[in-house]
Design a protein around this ligand. Sequence first.
Ligand code: UDP
Length: 245
Amino acid sequence: MAKKAAPDIEQREKLYEGKAKIVFATNRPGYIVQYFKDDATAFNALKRGTIVGKGVVNNQMSAALFTLLGKKGVPTHYVATLSEREMLCRRLDIIKIETIVRNVVAGSLQKRTGLAEGTPVTPPIVELYYKSDPLGDPMINDEHVRMMKLATPAELTWLKRAALKVNSVLVPYMKKRGLLLVDFKLEFGRAGRALYLGDEISPDTCRLWDAATATKLDKDRFRQDLGGVEEAYQEVYRRLVDRAQ
Ligand code: UDP
């Protein structure tokens, strides 16, 4: 582990292994390490594969964007980058809601509405999904959130506002780097009495199109067998991490 970033942190036992990340405990109870893998899944894990170098891209892109968002007043779980695939994070009790923000029609919104892919969504919209692998992450509304006690009304209000704030920070940031932020998924969690943005922000969790050509530079290349998957992740890395400042 990089000594400079977190001198007294030691990685401990594996807490959880997900589709794209492994979470480890540390010697400090309020902190965990996220290890980013190259494994890729789609369609609720029916499609599986490897995207070489993805873990490095996702870790470092997430670090750059969490740092940016922190400066803009969005609290995130990011603490430090420990290595090219490892991130030290505040440990969160994850709220079981996937919050999706959309600026342009694609994916499930296209299917649900019949609108053409690429149609602008103005103003941007926020959607909620129940984070449940066995159920395949179904879409839910505020009343289901209340019924299932996934979050309090105050938490839900905060979470939606934070999601739109994230969008308003990321859209111009990406536009400056030649990327159209089509849509993205966020996860939030609790630590003590505060809420934080958690998980990752990467080409796995965002749709990113080249601003000039609308070429897809995200996980849709893997989902739709478009080829050039690794190259797309590397291009996003070049635009958002190499030129992060
Ligand atoms: N997304 C994600 N994890 C999920 C579902 C969606 O990161 O479990 C992201 C996806 O990459 C896209 C956005 O959320 O950027 C909207 O996804 P959509 O609802 O269109 O579903 P999809 O077509 O990806 O199944």
